[in-house]
Design a protein around this ligand. Sequence first.
Ligand SMILES: [Ca+2]
Length: 457
Amino acid sequence: MTSVSINVRPMNWLIVISLTLLFTLQLTQSEVLNPPYFNIAEGRKIHATETCGEKVGKEFFCKIIGSMWTDNNNIDHNQGQVVQGQACDYCDPNDPKKAHPAEFAIDGSPKWWQSPPLSRGPEAARVNLTIDLGQEFHVAYVYISMANSPRPGVWVLERSTDSGKSFKPWMYFADSREECIKQFGEESVRPLKLDDQVICETKYSKLIPLENGEMVVSLIEKRPSGDNFTSSEVLQEFTKATNVRLRFIRPQTTFGHLLNVDQTVTRRYFYSIRDINIGGRCVCNGHAETCDVTDQNHPDKLNCACQHNTAGAQCEKCKTGYVQKRWRAATPDNPFECEKCNCNGHSHECEFDEEVEKQGTSMDIYGKYSGGGVCMHCKHHTTGHNCHECKFGFYRAEGRPLNATDVCTKCNCTKTSQTGGCDSGTGTCQCRDNFINAPACDVCAYGYYNFPKCLRK
Ligand SMILES: [Ca+2]
């Protein structure tokens, strides 16, 4: 049932499919409903702070890999040059064959995004590549395949949960424990013990392979609740993102640093990304199995197909008329299905009231005083939390079913000595304070005199 619409080279399918299956298995273990994972990067907006050739026109670069054009990466062999023993080429944003815009990093094709080489200046080492997901998703993994450069040496995978206003680190990358500490602090190398711990990964920052390397970054695996995602609110929060940013700090080089080296060296260092797949799914709080409802106001947005009587783009509330109990996200032990209010057929609207829940004065559909549903706009002259009483001036005749549309009958009490109200069951008119002898109410009460005025003595 889980589909993966991800364009990756065949050898990478195994990784992506096994990751997807891993997370799908969790679905069968509980009553928590979750929509399938898919490549949430596809078709999204992407932005690079710098791109090879952009702003400067043609930009010269050389590869690390050697002097021969022996690869099959769509390089025009007639155009490539060997310069001082290096395989070189240039970027040109105006030439479709030589352009490497950011969009190529998520287009599912072999074309790639490339950053400016460090020969442009040392600041070219710090480049950001940001994908705007357009809405909030749970991200399980980020898969990155490189093109004609090694994997980056030092970088940070970051996320935003406020549509790109602010970013926070998700995972750090450097090639050694020492480098991790130096770049990101001691805490980045502590053992992984928390669901939301930001750790430093060392295995992806090696210089080899010089080209076409891969990184499979899981944000769930190996974490304490990695096998029990739906029971950990912390891990669920940790995987939420509206934007994903790759903040590159330094390319991997054969040198410890790149100071005081000439352009024949620096022109060989840049970042090039062939494709990024982000395995994610809609945030549906455990209340939806699909996420294919289109939002009329935002055609690019996907909304959850809510079950369990929930509603909202993320099933983040109970639907109208179903707020007898407080809304909650589903957990493996309890789906927390929203429960209909008991309005005895006299209303479809209700509100949840915390005070009413505490007082235990709202009856649920099972006849128990449980929950805080308060019915609104009760019809048929009814009133009360459950539309279970007749309004003033009406009474419930003996034996009349509570859910009948004529449950409440108008009191026939129009004398000035009567209140207008009458007794439940019998309909006996009630007398004002200064009268007695119901239902006639034709005698002055004790302490009053001079019928029919019945004034206070
Ligand atoms: Ca591509």
